[in-house]
Design a protein around this ligand. Sequence first.
Ligand code: MN3
Length: 219
Amino acid sequence: MNMYNFLTQPTLPGTHALPPLPYPYGALAPVLDEQTLRIHHDKHHQKYVDDLNKTELALQAARKNGDSSNIQALLDKLAFNGGGHILHSIYWTVMAPTGTGGEPQIQTAQKINEAFGTFADFLKEFTNAAGEVEGSGWCVLGWNPAFGRLDILQCEKHQNLALWGVIPVLVCDVWEHAYYLDYQNRRPDYIAAWERLINWVEVERRLILAQSGKLPLTV
Ligand code: MN3
């Protein structure tokens, strides 16, 4: 059973770290090969972490100096890189080698049925939403504490089209860097294959945590 690392104090500016992959780099092949995982995790996700840290330190310095001249650009970078770090951290944990992720668990199945009708209805909507994200972005299934239900959201880049308060519990990265080496322009093929990697046991844990307001970045 995974042990979550819950925050006991605020993360200090500039101290975010890349969480380790919870499985070997080659574990998701042939759906996603080792090279894709290495570049995606070690290069792309690392860059979001680095840029988030730089942005936070720049914000801290700007506050100290009373300098608001760059505030718009810094807050834009905070949302972009912070969003990228959070979504990638979730993404790694909600995949598992094919055949090991189980089926939707009790709470997940119940909330999916309440929100979407049946699991098949949910999967169809999620697949279509992921396929039709404009440009680079994500498809997100999240717990909406304001409305007491699961919602499917599209996300452009790492931050646009978010709905306030929704806590992601299942995220599919549809930036080309997530799938191009394996699928080139065939995003629908990637999405269909990716859905067979979903770690439903982890999604269930995340849903239960989300319902109590928690969003762990590492397991
Ligand atoms: Mn990515």
